[in-house]
Each structure stands twice: as structure tokens, then as C-alpha cells.
Design a protein around this ligand. Sequence first.
Ligand code: ATR
Length: 282
Amino acid sequence: MKKLFAVLGDPIGHSMSPVMHNDLFSFYNIDAHYLPFQVKPENLGDAVKGLKAIGAGGFNVTIPHKSAIIPFLDEVDELALQIGAVNTVVNKNGKFIGYNTDGLGFLKGLADDGLSITESKVLIIGAGGAARGIYFTIAKSGPKAVDIANRTVEKAAKLVEECPFQIPSKAISLSEAAETMGEYDLIIQTTMSGMSPNLDEQPVSMENIQDQALVCDIIYNPLETKLLREAKQKGARIQIGIEMFVYQGALAFEKWTGIFPDAKRMRENVLQQLGGTSNVNR
Ligand code: ATR
């Protein structure tokens, strides 16, 4: 019998996950189907019960449910609990187990670029939910240091305080980050600044970046943000936002099926959905 997989969110109409996962199920000859469900916050518990009752194989959770889902699950993985957010749920013998593959997906994308986290001094721009997942996952991997730059510095300081892993880490302002940009090997932009329709926005200048640095932006609309364009002009390497999206999906697929899927195929598929071309500069 066909297994059901799903993504729960609100809104959910523009999710690229259904096309990405359905293509993988058919490519690997797995008798399963992945559907998007728009679930209002007040119905989240009932939706989870329903998925359990019909024996769904697993599901993804997206905005605004990533934290709210936790009390409705049978078990939650330690890193996901530390981050305080779940994006992937697996049905293990009738129990729903929650994981967070966002940060780990991001690290997987970095490994593809040949970057070693343990030898890197990292700057994260932004201190919201997305920053938190990436920060804690990187901190767990033992980098040289991770600094957090945010428009509201107090929010960055709070995040540094809450990090459960002991690493050199400090909160700085965006202007301080612009000045000291040359110190960092890896820079990760996690804010909404620069996302369509605000294409001319850029949270911090890349003027002082070193040319061996790798700059990642988690925004994928547009494919290449103003910040990435400036970093590229300065000679730095860049990584576009679909990498993290693809790898969080790849890790979810692996948890559900035991198969780590072809990331290149997934990337092409997502780019096609976004109407881009596959030769976007990475
Ligand atoms: P998410 O969960 O997607 O990370 P969030 O929790 O709302 O979203 O956090 C948004 C982040 O983007 C915050 O770090 C926010 O900065 P503040 O803490 O100062 O609000 C940052 N952000 C949003 N718009 C920004 C802009 N135009 N310039 C700089 N930073 C911005």
C-alpha cells in the first residue's frame, strides 16, 4: 500500500518539498506519495493525530509549526530539542520521532564546498529562528569561533547565552561585523534582508571580506542576493540558499527511506521549480 508523507505549514502553497520528494520516491521506486497540508496552528495537534491514525511514514514541518509541534511528538532528538525546533518527523513503529535537519543540511552543503568547520571562524548574520538552528549545529561541530551579528545586538547576545555548546562566541553589531569581516572564513546570512521584493537590501557590507572566505545566504528568492553578488565581486566563494533547502530535504528523505538521495538531481528539480537555470554560480 502506498505510504503517505506530508508537509504541514501555513501557508504551504509555495512549498517546493512535494515536487522534490515525489520525484525521489519515483526515481528510487518507492511506493509513496508526499502531499502538502495547510494546517492552522489551532489544528496542529489534530493533524498529527490524523497522520498517526492513517499510518503516515513521516512528515516535514514548516513555518509556523516548527516549535509548536514538539509537545505533539512521542520523542524528540537531542539537537532538535536544544534548537527548540523540529522540521522532520519519522514514524518508527507507530511512534512519531522529531528531528531537525536544517542545520545539519546546511553543514552537508558546506562539506560539498570542501569547507572544514573545525578550522573555521564563522560569522552568522541574524539572530532569529533560522540563525539559531544553524548556530547550535555548527557550535556542536567544534568550530574555532562563531560570532553573531544582528541589527538588535541584545537578541544576538541572548542567543550566545543560550548556546548549549562551549565555544568562543560573541554578539556584535552589523557595523562591527562590516569592519571585522576580513577575520571570518565562513559567513552565513540568515535574515530576510535582500529577499524578494527587497532586492536592493543588504544587511551588511562585504567590502572587507577576505577572498578565501565562503559566503552563504539562506535566501533562495532571488537565487543570488545583493550580498552574494558583492561577496563574489570581492573574490569570495558563495553558496546560494537552495543548497540548505536541498540538503535538509535529502537528510529527511534518508531518515524516512534509508537512502541518501542524489543531491544534484534535487538541486536541478528545485531550480526548475524556481524558474532558474542549473548553472547558477555557486
Ligand atoms: P527567522 O525565524 O526566519 O530567522 P525571525 O525570527 O523573525 O525569522 O528573525 C529575523 C532575523 O532577521 C532577525 O535577526 C532580524 O533582526 P532583529 O532581531 O534586529 O529584528 C533580522 N532582520 C529582519 N529584517 C532585517 C533587515 N531589514 N535588516 C537586518 N536584519 C533584519
